[in-house]
Design a protein around this ligand. Structure first.
Ligand code: GLN
Length: 236
């Protein structure tokens, strides 16, 4: 962490933030505060340049046209790309995975250049993936099943530099036949899970938070309502 306050970037909530994805930043802030850290959310809208100095970045999903606007803005102000390059953690939900990849094709077949921050490409699939998704995590530090809600037409193919976040046990995930969900590369974690993902998956929230704070681990939080939500959603 750069200063005494953890600064959480909420990137373009005015155009990227379907299904309450902005809640991911709120969860990070709350879980930090409950451990005694000062934490604040820095809202970065379409009228702001994107700072490269924040401790962690969260990006939400978007429909195709909003996704175009976001891509253009992040191209013009590459603060996120610079921050991720120095190792700042970033959480990319749904459309944000696609934007951070090499390119994506919209439902109408138009190919749009992304940032190549992660080694993925995205093309529309025959059928939109909509519904609950449940997975088994594949990365060190995560042992609990992951749960979320997905709604996307794009299917994301991982290149050799990227690995899957999890293996799908229910739902579609990346949707290109490899049974993988999400992507991990360097300090970027991407997932198709809305929910918000970090409200449903506290282990993932704390993994990102620990990285942002520069600590090995965080003391557990006893939040029965979060466990109840998880149980309910994993059964749904
Ligand atoms: N527009 C993208 C797709 O359909 C992303 C959708 C989303 O972020 N919910 O694949």
């Amino acid at each position: 962490m750069s200063e005494s306050t953890l600064r959480i970037g909420l990137v373009l909530p005015d155009v990227m933030g379907t299904y309450g994805d902005g809640g991911n930043a709120v969860v990070l802030r709350q879980r930090a505060r409950m451990r005694g850290y000062d934490a604040e959310i820095v809202d970065i809208s379409l009228s702001d340049p994107v700072p490269d100095s924040l401790d962690i970045y969260t990006l939400g999903g978007a429909e195709d046209s909003a996704q175009r606007l976001a891509t253009r803005h992040l191209q013009r102000y590459p603060g996120l790309q610079q921050a991720a390059g120095r190792g700042a953690p970033a959480l990319a939900i749904c459309a944000a995975i696609q934007v951070l990849g090499h390119w994506y094709e919209t439902s109408s077949g138009e190919r749009v250049d992304g940032f190549g921050l992660i080694d993925v490409t995205t093309s529309p699939q025959d059928k939109r993936a909509i519904g609950e998704v449940a997975t088994t995590p594949l990365i060190p530090g995560l042992s609990q099943p992951l749960t979320g809600f997905e709604n996307h037409r794009g299917g994301t193919k991982l290149g050799g530099e990227a690995t899957g976040l999890a293996r799908v046990t229910r739902g579609v995930g990346n949707g290109v036949g490899d049974n993988l969900e999400g992507v991990v590369q360097g300090s970027v974690i991407g997932t198709y899970m809305h929910g918000p993902a970090l409200a449903r998956n506290p282990e993932l929230a704390d993994l990102l938070l620990a990285r942002a704070l520069g600590v090995d681990s965080l003391p557990p939080l006893d939040l029965p309502e979060v466990e109840q939500l998880r149980r309910e959603r994993l059964r749904a």
